[in-house]
Design a protein around this ligand. Structure first.
Ligand SMILES: C[S@@+](CC[C@H](N)C(=O)[O-])C[C@H]1O[C@@H](n2cnc3c(N)ncnc32)[C@H](O)[C@@H]1O
Length: 264
């Protein structure tokens, strides 16, 4: 595996333990029967009953198994052995049918030789990937003719802004055109600030990079949506509104984007 991804893998194996214990990840609620998918993807992906669904970068599988609870036949792929082991144990404990495969996303076509009605990925997936063109090719290769790819992801504008405990407002620190890899030193976990995560390597992709990479695979872009409302409290200064979603005061920037792309 690419050395840069090995560094990220160590960090994700650590984070899996932190996130399983973090209230933000809703493991207890999930075990009690809750669906942990967010309103944006529930609305935009639509009815999944009887559909085969591949979840790329599934972490420990709560979103994947939420799709299973809605009737999809699900497969989750992630490179973290700790995350895949936890996903399998939750699936067995709750008797939710799901298949979990451990693989670097770039190697997944060698491991999973099939196609799916729906290929899904979400929130916090793209920033770990060094090659958006190859990522789009992998995603497209998994879509059955007549099926679709769907992503709901943090908007790159949110990656440009400072985001530390105590950050009180939007403050852009890097350019929208900063495409070079960033080496983040060890620091607090985003979900549990009391835990320290080892160093990570991250990338930022502009909306145009993502759309162009998907379009170049031959998928047809059905929509690109941008949302002010955020599915997670991404910044400490966000406020939750009555619909349960999170806002920056005045909604100055999009915080989430989503894309649906179909295969003829
Ligand atoms: C923020 S999490 C995604 C969370 C996801 N929205 C969910 O359903 O919980 C990012 C995931 O990407 C995985 N990941 C990062 N780089 C990867 C790679 N090269 N191949 C496969 N998985 C990767 C990590 O292990 C982690 O589980």
């Amino acid at each position: 595996m690419d050395e840069r991804l090995k560094v990220n893998l160590d960090a994700w194996n650590l984070m899996t333990g932190y996130h399983a214990a973090s209230p933000e990840y809703l493991l207890a609620e999930f075990k009690a029967g809750e669906n942990v998918l967010k309103p944006i993807e529930l609305r935009e992906v639509g009815d999944v009953r009887g559909k085969s669904l591949l979840h790329m970068q599934c972490h420990f599988g709560l979103d994947t198994m939420s799709w299973a609870r809605l009737g999809a036949n699900v497969t989750g792929v992630d490179f973290s052995d700790k995350a895949i082991a936890l996903a399998r144990s939750i699936s067995a404990e709750l008797k939710i049918p799901a298949r979990f495969v451990q693989s670097n996303i770039y190697d997944a076509p060698n491991v999973l030789r099939e196609q799916f009605d729906i290929v899904f990925t979400s929130y916090g997936a793209l920033c770990w990937l060094p090659d958006i063109t190859r990522w789009a090719q992998v995603a497209a290769s998994f879509v059955k003719p007549g099926g679709f790819f769907y992503i709901a992801e943090f908007h790159p504008l949110t990656q440009m802004s400072a985001n530390r405990a105590g950050t009180t407002k939007l403050e852009f620190e890097i350019s929208y055109f900063h495409t070079a890899m960033r080496e983040d030193p060890p620091g607090p976990d985003y979900s549990d600030h009391s835990k320290i995560v080892s160093e990570t390597h991250e990338w930022m992709y502009r909306i145009g990079d993502v759309v162009s990479a998907l379009a170049a695979t031959g998928l047809r872009i059905e929509f690109l949506h941008e949302f002010a409302e955020c599915s997670y409290p991404h910044f400490p200064f966000m406020k939750q509104s009555s619909d349960g979603l999170w806002h920056i005061e005045g909604d100055p920037i999009p915080t989430i984007f989503s894309i649906k792309a179909t295969k003829a």
